[in-house]
Design a protein around this ligand. Structure first.
Ligand SMILES: Cc1ncc(COP(=O)(O)O)c(C=O)c1O
Length: 456
């Protein structure tokens, strides 16, 4: 890397960059954070300060950790050989990764490449719309999504978004997207009922019947809701969802953009449950951020619906994503998958995840502010409340203060970030799949100190 002038970079950043999800006014008097290096779970900023990254690149992405030369080399080798060709033609890593991927997803077989989670989900929605158009004059076209879930940033992905603050001011939205209630027991009136999981899932049936089953094409769900507050579905939830989908001929679309590729201790989040999705989308952890890649995987049955005589000008999936043809993405994804296998990272996620959960329960015992802790694998959250009995969430400023205090201590944690007006109160942790108990101790100790500082 060429030497750079620290002040020049910071000043150019302030003059020209428009950062994601950022109010820039405070940056008129402070400097932005610029990350320049990473190794394992640690990153360094431009001032040489090191941080333990407990959120895998901020948004659940760098699953195998920073500084993996073998992924960089695989991408480099691929780029010099053949960087790009539109995906109407095949390429070698794209074909190899597709084969390796579907081996891990029994019942699914077709792999469609694009380059962001939002786009992968849009493909899922487009498949549903076109299938409806081909089979019944477009009638069975609606997509049901769930309160608190997020599926991406484009206008149509936001049309399927259950996070009010994310959606505000960006409408009007695409018609045909209908919301169903969330399944967070901690914040449901009937959440203590042993049958809550089944009851929460039956809300899907209520919405389908309300809409008319002949108009509903799919339901799109996160296996474990991520930015909406780390919501692990209650027992019986997905099995009931699956039954309802079968009963009404509704396709099940699982958004694995966060859970995908090991984060929850299995390759995919849906594999914790007895479900057979028709569409699975993934992005972030597929190549751990070493290259941009996203994937929409479908059953062979769904794919077959799009087969017709070549003279038929309309009856095939008439969709393209230019950068879905970048060969560096699947080259990185292949190497990323090999690392997860060779280093037994799924086992590590299960063991370290259990340890992280135990440590968070200790925090809950110690701090009244922690109302609920939940998660699966290395994907956990702590719901902060003003009062344990009323469960009233803390103001977002409290969660923000904890995050800022941890950062001062050199630990990056996340939180539900301006997603809902009243529930921006969950701390989110998702360290890389390679993390150790010592890393977890460091993370938990920083949160412990930050929570302690709040009550002083
Ligand atoms: C569950 C889920 N789906 C989809 C997306 C959108 O992915 P992208 O930002 O790559 O478009 C995200 C992003 O955070 C996500 O969390």
């Amino acid at each position: 890397m060429k030497p750079y002038d620290l002040n020049e970079i910071v000043s150019s950043d302030k003059s020209h960059l428009w950062h994601h999800l950022t109010q820039h006014k405070p940056l008129q008097s402070t400097d932005p954070m610029v990350i320049v290096e990473g190794k394992g779970l640690r990153v360094k900023d431009i001032n040489g300060r090191e941080y333990l990254d407990a959120v895998s690149g901020g948004v659940w992405t760098v699953n195998v950790g920073y500084g993996r030369e073998r992924i960089a080399n695989a991408v480099r080798d691929q780029l010099v050989k053949m960087c790009y060709f539109a995906n109407s033609a095949g390429n070698i890593p794209g074909t190899q990764f597709a084969e390796r991927l579907v081996e891990k997803m029994p019942g699914l077989n077709r792999v469609y490449y694009s380059n962001s989670g939002s786009e992968a989900n849009e493909k899922g929605f487009k498949l549903v719309r076109q299938l409806a158009a081909m089979k019944n004059d477009g009638k069975k076209h609606k997509v049901i999504y769930r309160d608190r879930d997020y599926h991406g940033t484009t206008i149509t992905a936001l049309s399927a978004c259950g996070q009010s603050q994310r959606k505000d001011q960006y409408g009007p939205y695409t018609p045909g997207f209908v919301e169903m209630p969330h399944c967070l027991a901690y914040r449901a009136a009937n959440g203590d009922d042993p049958d809550y999981g089944v009851q929460a899932a039956k809300e899907l049936e209520r919405v389908i019947l309300e809409q008319d089953p002949d108009t509903v094409g799919s339901v799109c769900l996160e296996p474990i809701t991520a930015g909406g507050g780390v919501i692990v579905p209650p027992e019986g939830y997905f099995e009931t969802i699956q039954e309802i989908c079968r009963k009404y001929g509704v396709l099940l679309h699982m958004d694995e953009v966060v859970c995908g590729m090991g984060r929850t201790g299995k390759w995919f989040g849906y594999q914790h449950y007895d479900v057979k999705p028709d569409i699975v989308t993934m992005a972030k952890g597929v190549a751990s951020g070493y290259a941009a890649i996203s994937v929409t995987v479908t059953t062979e049955d769904l794919f077959n619906e799009f087969l017709a005589e070549p003279s038929d000008t309309m009856h095939y999936f008439r969709d393209i994503s230019t950068f879905g043809g970048c060969a560096g993405g699947p080259a990185a994804a292949l190497e990323n998958m090999r690392i997860i296998e060779e280093e037994n990272l799924l086992d590590n996620v299960n063991q370290r995840g259990a340890y992280l959960m135990d440590r968070l329960h200790e925090l809950k015992d110690k701090h009244q502010l922690v109302g609920d802790v939940r998660g699966l694998g290395l994907f956990v959250g702590a719901d902060l409340v003003k009062d344990r009995d009323s469960r009233v969430p803390v103001d977002e400023s409290v969660a923000a203060a904890v995050v800022a205090d941890c950062l001062r201590q050199g630990v990056m944690i996340g939180r539900t970030n301006r997603s809902f007006a009243e529930y921006n109160n969950t701390l989110c942790l998702s360290p890389a799949l390679i993390c150790t108990n010592d890393d977890i101790d460091e993370i938990v100790s920083a949160i412990d100190i930050a929570l302690g500082n709040l009550s002083q």
